[in-house]
Design a protein around this ligand. Structure first.
Ligand code: T1G
Length: 698
C-alpha cells in the first residue's frame, strides 16, 4: 500500500511507502487523499502524523510524470496542490515527521502540514530551480511565511537543501532529539488538546522594514545568469509579499506552467535522468554483483593521488597512500591535512569528522603495503613505462582478488593490463582535477575487464559521491578525446584571425563556464602540448594550429606561470587580456593566411560557438558509433560534470539534437576551413541519424 495507516493512542500515523523515493505520482497522491479522508472521519483519531522512510520523506513530485505527461500526468486529480490544501485545511492537526530527504513537492507537502518535526538526518530543500522550474505546489508562498522572505528566496534560488539543525534555526521545523515518530505524535496530541492548527496560508509574508522598496529588483540584478527559472522564482516570492495567499498561489501556478515547457527546463530534466541512466551498465547480466570495497591503496601522492585519497577517506574507506619515498608521502599527507583544515575553518567540517577522516589515511613507500587492499588506484606519472612497472609489481604483491585501477587520462589501459596476469581485474578510474571537487569519474572498461570488476568500479564511483560514466579504451576516452577537437577548432579560429579572448567571450556568453583558452590556462598549456605530442607520436598527423606551441615556447603555461593566453593577478588569479597575446595572435594569423591562402574575414560569435560545439558533437557521434560511450546521454553527462558545459543546454549531444541534425549537417558543410574541410566530415552515426530523421539522444 502506498500509504500505511497506524493508529497510536488517538493519533493516526500515515507512512508514505512508494519506493524508491516516495515521489508523489498519481497513485501516491490518490492514496494519501483517501487515507486523509478516512482518518479525518474516525472518531478515535484526534490528530495525524505524516511520515516517510528513514532515507526519504519524499523526493517531491514525480519528475517523469510532469516531464513527459506519463503516468496519468501531474494535472490528474488530486494534483499535488489539491493534496496540500487537504492538509492545510484539515479538521484535525497534521504533523509532518521528516527523516532523510524532503525535497521539492515533498517539502511543499510538509509546509501544508501544521507542524514539522525533523530527525537529525533530515535534508529539506526546494531544488526545482535546478530543473528549470519553480516550486509549483505552494512552496514559493508558504516558505516565505514560514522562515521569512530573504531566507526563503535564498533556499528557492539556490535549490540547495538545509540540514536539520539549520531547519530548526530557521523556524522551519523542530528538531527531534529522540524517536522521531514518538516526538511527532506528542506534538500532534498536544495540538489536538490545544485545538491548535497553525496554517502558514493564514500568515503574511513580509520583507524586513529595512529591505528597501527595490529589494526584489536588486535580487534580479544580482542573478549570475538571468535564466527564466530564477527570474520566475523571484517573481513568485514577490507575489507572496504583494498578493493575498490564494492569488499568490495562482501567480505561482501560472509561472510554473510557463516554465515547465521552456527549453532550459526540458534540458535540465533531461540532464537529471541522463545522470541516473549513466549508472546503468548495458548488457550486464542481472546476477553480476559488485564486490565490496572498504580498503584502497592510492599510488602517487601528488596532486591527483592526494585528491583521490581525500575522496576515498571522505567516503569512509581505509586508505593507504603510497609514493617512492617518505618525503613524497609526507608532502601528500600534508596537502590533505591542509585541505581538511581549510574545510574546518569554513565550517564545512567539524573537528571530530576531520579526525575520523585523517584516521583512515595511512602512508607507505613499499608497494607490498597494498597487498591486502580490495582495490588499488594508480595515480603515478603519466608515462606508460612507469605505469607498467607499477602494475607488474602490484600483480605480484596484491591478493588474487585485488582490483587494479589506473587513473590514466590518455594512455592505453589495455597495454597496462597486458603486463599483469589479471587483465580481467584491471579497470580505469579517470578522476578529474581537483578530485575532491569534480563530480565526474570516467570508468574505463578494458578489452578484458570482467563485468563484475566494472560493476564494482561503478558502485565505487557512487560510494565516492562521483558521477560514474563507462568509457571504452581510446585516446582520451570520452571527455578528453572530444575536447581535443573542440580545442583544435578554437586554435583554428586564431589561425583565421580571431583573438583568443574573443573565442572565450563568445562561448562564455553562450553559457560555457569557461572558454577554451582560459580552460587551457587552468589545465596548463604544457599539458596540452604533451597531449598533442603524444598523439603525433602515435601517428595522428592531422593538421593542427601551431599557435599553442608558440605560446608554450614562450613559457606561458597559464595560471601556474602567471601568464598564458591571459595574464593573471598573483593574489586573486583574476585573468586579464594581454596585448602581447593579441600581437602574437595577429602576427600568427597573417602568416597562416599567407600560407593557406585564407581570405581575411570577420568571424562572429555565432560561427565561433557553432564550430566549437559541433566539433564536440561530431567527435561524440564518432566515439558513440565506435562503442566508446554506451549512449549519447552519457557523453552529455561527461560534459556537464567535467567540462563546464551549461546544464540548461543539456550537453553537446542534446544541443546538436536541439538544433536538428539536418541543420547540423548543413552548418558543417558551410564551415570553410583551410584544411580542405577534413574536420567537417560528419561521423557515420551523425550522418545515419540525420538521414533517418532521428536524434542522437533518443
Ligand atoms: N521523480 C521521479 N523519480 C525520481 C525522483 C523524482 N522526484 N527523484 C528520484 N527519482 C528516481 C531516480 O530517477 C532513480 O530512478 C531513483 O529515484 C533513485 O534516485 C511541484 C514540481 C532524492 C536526493 O528535484 O535529488 O517537486 O534510476 O539515484 O542518489 O514543486 O534522487 O533507480 O530508475 O537519485 O539516493 C523536485 C530529485 C521534483 C529531487 C535521492 N525534487 N531527486 O538520491 O537516488 S520537482 C527533486 C534527487 C517538484 C514541485 C515540483 C535524488 C535524491 P532509477 P537517485 P539517490
Amino acid at each position: 500500500m502506498p500509504v500505511q495507516i497506524d493508529i497510536r493512542d488517538g493519533v493516526a500515523v500515515l507512512t508514505l511507502n512508494r519506493p524508491p523515493v516516495n515521489s508523489f505520482d498519481l497513485a501516491l497522491r490518490r492514496d494519501l487523499r483517501a487515507a486523509m479522508a478516512m482518518v479525518m472521519t474516525r472518531p478515535d483519531v484526534e490528530a495525524v502524523v505524516l511520515t516517510g522512510g528513514t532515507r526519504h520523506f519524499s523526493a517531491g513530485a514525480d519528475i517523469e510524470e510532469f516531464a513527459s505527461g506519463t503516468r496519468g500526468g501531474a494535472t490528474a486529480v488530486p494534483t499535488l496542490p489539491d493534496l496540500i490544501i487537504d492538509l492545510d485545511q484539515a479538521a484535525k492537526p497534521v504533523v509532518a515527521a521528516i527523516a532523510g530527504t524532503c525535497l521539492g513537492g515533498g517539502l511543499e507537502v510538509a509546509l501544508g502540514c501544521h507542524y514539522r518535526v525533523v530527525a537529525a538526518n533530515a535534508s529539506l530543500g526546494l531544488p526545482e530551480v535546478k530543473l528549470g522550474i519553480l516550486p509549483g505546489a505552494g512552496g514559493t508562498q508558504r516558505l516565505p511565511r514560514a522562515i521569512g522572505v530573504k531566507a526563503a528566496l535564498d533556499m528557492i534560488l539556490s535549490g540547495m537543501p538545509v540540514n536539520a539543525p539549520t531547519a530548526a534555526r530557521l523556524g522551519l521545523a523542530t528538531l527531534s532529539e529522540g524517536d522521531l515518530i514518538e516526538d511527532a505524535v506528542a506534538v500532534a496530541r498536544q495540538a489536538a488538546r490545544d485545538g491548535a492548527k497553525p496554517r502558514l496560508s493564514l500568515r503574511r509574508a513580509e520583507l524586513p522594514t529595512d529591505a528597501g522598496a527595490d529589494w526584489f529588483q536588486r535580487q534580479v540584478d544580482g542573478l549570475k545568469r538571468p535564466l527564466p527559472a530564477p527570474l520566475a522564482c523571484i517573481e513568485a516570492v514577490r507575489a507572496a509579499v504583494e498578493l493575498p495567499f490564494n492569488q499568490g498561489l495562482q501567480r505561482e501556478f501560472a509561472l510554473f506552467r510557463d516554465l515547465v515547457v521552456t527549453p532550459e527546463s526540458k534540458a535540465l530534466q533531461y540532464a537529471f535522468f541522463a545522470e541516473r541512466r549513466a549508472a546503468r551498465i548495458e548488457g550486464l547480466a542481472p546476477d553480476v554483483q559488485p564486490r565490496s570495497v572498504q580498503r584502497v591503496a592510492v599510488i602517487g601522492a601528488g596532486t591527483m593521488g592526494a585528491g583521490i585519497a581525500t575522496v576515498a577517506a571522505n567516503a569512509g574507506l581505509e586508505v593507504i597512500l603510497l609514493d617512492r619515498d617518505e618525503a613524497s608521502v609526507r608532502k601528500g599527507l600534508a596537502g590533505i591535512t591542509k585541505g581538511y583544515d581549510a574545510a574546518l575553518a569554513k565550517g564545512r567540517l567539524d573537528e571530530a569528522e576531520r579526525d575520523r577522516r585523517l584516521g583512515r589515511l595511512h602512508t607507505a613507500t613499499d608497494l607490498a603495503a597494498a597487498a591486502a587492499v580490495d582495490l588499488v588506484i594508480e595515480a603515478a606519472f603519466e608515462d606508460m613505462g612507469v605505469k607498467q612497472d607499477i602494475f607488474r609489481t602490484l600483480d605480484k604483491v596484491c591478493g588474487p582478488d585485488t582490483i587494479l585501477a589506473s587513473n590514466t587520462s590518455t594512455l592505453d589501459l589495455d597495454a597496462i593490463a597486458a603486463v599483469t596476469g589479471r587483465p580481467g581485474q584491471v579497470v580505469g578510474l579517470h578522476f578529474f582535477s581537483p578530485a575532491p571537487v569534480m563530480r565526474l569519474l570516467e570508468v574505463v572498461r578494458g578489452a578484458e575487464t570482467a563485468p563484475e570488476v566494472l560493476a564494482t568500479a561503478m558502485a565505487l564511483a557512487r560510494k565516492l559521491g562521483k558521477v560514474g560514466v563507462v568509457a571504452g579504451v581510446c585516446n582520451g576516452f570520452i571527455g578528453n578525446r572530444m575536447v581535443e577537437e573542440y580545442l583544435r577548432q578554437a586554435y583554428f579560429l586564431v589561425d583565421e584571425g580571431v583573438l583568443p579572448w574573443h573565442v572565450d567571450g563568445a562561448l562564455e556568453r553562450w553559457g560555457m563556464a569557461m572558454g577554451p583558452f582560459a580552460m587551457m590556462d587552468l589545465a596548463g598549456n604544457d599539458i596540452g602540448r604533451a597531449i598533442r605530442a603524444g598523439r603525433q607520436a602515435a601517428g595522428d598527423d592531422r593538421p593542427y594550429s601551431t599557435f599553442p606551441d608558440k605560446i608554450c615556447a614562450l613559457g606561458r603555461y597559464g595560471q601556474k606561470t602567471g601568464k598564458g593566453y591571459y595574464q593573471y593577478d598573483p593574489a586573486t588569479r583574476a585573468r586579464e587580456t594581454d596585448p602581447e597575446i593579441d600581437a602574437l595572435a595577429q602576427a600568427h594569423a597573417k602568416e597562416v593566411a599567407r600560407d593557406l591562402g585564407l581570405p581575411p574575414r570577420v568571424i562572429g560569435d555565432e560561427e565561433i560557438v557553432a564550430r566549437c560545439l559541433l566539433a564536440l558533437a561530431n567527435e561524440g557521434a564518432a566515439l558513440l558509433g565506435e562503442g566508446i560511450a554506451q549512449r549519447a546521454s552519457d557523453i552529455d553527462v561527461v560534459y556537464l560534470n567535467g567540462y563546464g558545459f551549461p546544464a540548461h543546454k543539456g550537453g553537446p549531444m542534446y544541443h546538436a539534437d536541439s538544433l536538428g541534425l539536418e541543420n547540423v549537417l548543413r552548418l558543417m558543410e558551410g564551415f570553410l576551413d583551410g584544411y580542405q574541410g577534413q574536420f567537417w566530415r560528419p561521423a557515420p552515426l551523425l550522418w545515419e541519424k540525420a538521414s533517418a530523421g532521428r536524434r542522437l539522444t533518443a
